[in-house]
Design a protein around this ligand. Structure first.
Ligand code: HEM
Length: 437
């Protein structure tokens, strides 16, 4: 099969580079081989990277014919379960997604504003003044709290127990040892046994929540996403089983927690390095406007797109980036390369929220949430949460970076994460400004 050109180094070297330092690897390949290139990757074989808007549009528009790239299931299935929206394909994916979509409708997100503000306020209340601390773990604490309350709607008496288990599970999935969770014999080792136990215990807590929702006569009045999923019915009047509800909750946790926290940490780093943008944002927040805040979030997700690429395997031959690709080819739309095209985003490496003030981002040039029928279901949730958390924090404290060095991007799972965790210092706490309704 004829594939676009790409680095000729051995497969294992390319795999290691993609895993360790994906951004320099991809930038170099683009410089050398152009906007469409092939990387050779262990387990998968080849990934053809596309980076131009027409090819990205063509790929996402053909989503009914594509399936998720191989490799996702092996790592994620033991934790997410077989019915996870992230893992199922074809008509099963379509029907699950239809059931879940209404709960994530953009308009509904306003209902979570107080939960998001509260989570940020509690976390900021714990920050030291005048000492360096990493922002990234704090953002993780906020996004986990938000998921437990807004998505799981977990009852107060179960919250601490669940948090403890989820932290253990999330910690394990972020270590390079996570792969061992998929290997049977490794389960006998103490550390993995504990993770397995934590999964079983969190499943029990979620099962108790699900039972309570099923028995609740006032289910329709509840605002959390679990309640909506319990109430959802397909065209045959069928709802989700307990097992599927559990799988979708774990999926929302795994897909929504680390990603949003990382997006927030990057936004702070970019604002730290661009004082004029920080000043303009602070002035706007004081006046209760949100145009610049929205643009800051969009620009941050452009320059630091969090997820490296969203892969598909072609089920039919397709022309992409000027190449005839055969059925079976794995294609990855590279968010980072798409977002740093000079022809689409002039001065692409500058953090300039102004570029999105008068113009909304284009669907196939700005793709932090992927696209097509698999576009991130939590995109509106994540963007709204980023805005509310940023606004709440900046209203409460004056922050400065703890070092002069901008953060470097490193891979953590599927995310591009700030290498040092975005160290910051609280200069002073601000007078409490009443939060707008
Ligand atoms: C800044 C934060 C986030 C980023 C950058 C992000 C990015 C992505 C990307 C790139 C995909 C794959 C899209 C594709 O294959 O075309 C995805 C899928 C998904 N995301 Fe997000 N996400 C974020 C937050 C969230 C949140 C908060 C939730 C839920 C509460 C969520 C739930 C999901 C789910 C369930 C999928 C699978 C959708 C499907 O296969 O149909 N994400 N996300």
């Amino acid at each position: 099969m004829t594939l676009p050109p790409g680095p000729r180094t051995p497969k294992l070297v390319q795999t290691a580079q993609l895993l360790r330092d994906p951004v320099p690897f991809m930038e170099k390949a683009r410089r050398r081989y152009g906007e469409t290139f092939t990387a050779r990757v262990a387990r998968i074989g080849h990934i053809v990277f596309i980076t131009d808007p027409p090819s990205i549009k063509a790929l996402y528009s053909a989503d009914r014919d594509n399936i998720v790239a191989p490799g996702r299931n092996a790592i994620l299935e033991p934790l997410l379960g077989p019915q996870s929206l992230l893992l199922v394909n074809d008509s099963e994916h379509l029907s699950r997604r239809k059931l879940m979509l209404p709960a994530f409708h953009g308009e509904r997100m306003r209902g979570y504003e107080q939960v998001m503000e509260g989570a940020a306020e509690r976390e900021v209340g714990r920050w030291p003044v005048g000492e360096s601390f990493p922002l990234h773990p704090s953002m993780q604490a906020i996004t986990l709290d938000v998921i437990m309350r807004a998505v799981f709607g977990v009852t107060e008496e179960r919250r601490d127990d669940l948090r403890e288990r989820l932290l253990l599970i999330l910690g394990a999935t972020q270590s390079p040892l996570a792969l061992a969770l998929t290997v049977d014999w490794a389960q006998r080792l103490g550390i993995f046994r504990r993770v397995r136990e934590a999964i079983a215990e969190s499943d029990e807590i979620l099962a108790a929540e699900i039972q309570e929702r099923r028995a609740d006569p006032d289910l329709a009045d509840r605002e959390d996403i679990l309640s909506m999923l319990v109430a959802a019915r397909d065209e045959n009047g069928e709802g989700m089983s307990d097992g599927e509800l559990r799988d979708q909750l774990m999926t929302l946790l795994m897909a929504g927690h680390e990603t949003t926290a990382t997006g927030l940490a990057w936004t702070f780093d970019l604002l730290f390095r661009t004082p004029a943008a920080m000043e303009r944002l602070l002035a706007e927040i004081e006046n209760d406007d949100h145009e610049y805040l929205d643009a800051v979030v969009e620009e941050s997700l452009r320059l630091r797109p969090v997820v490296m690429f969203a892969g598909r395997q072609l089920r039919k031959p397709m022309e992409l980036g000027g190449y005839e690709l055969e059925e079976g080819t794995v294609v990855g739309a590279s968010m980072y390369l798409a977002h740093t095209r000079e022809d689409v985003f002039p001065t692409p490496y500058a953090f300039r929220p102004e570029r999105f003030l008068d113009e909304s981002p284009d669907t196939y040039s700005w793709v932090p949430f992927g696209g097509g029928t698999r576009r991130c279901i939590g995109a509106a949730f994540a963007q709204f949460e980023m805005r509310v958390v940023l606004r709440t924090i900046l209203r409460m404290v004056e922050l400065r970076p703890a070092t002069d060095e901008p953060e470097e991007m490193m891979r953590r799972n599927v995310t591009l994460s700030p290498r040092r965790g975005t160290p910051a210092v609280v200069e002073r706490r601000r007078e409490r400004v009443p939060v707008a309704a």
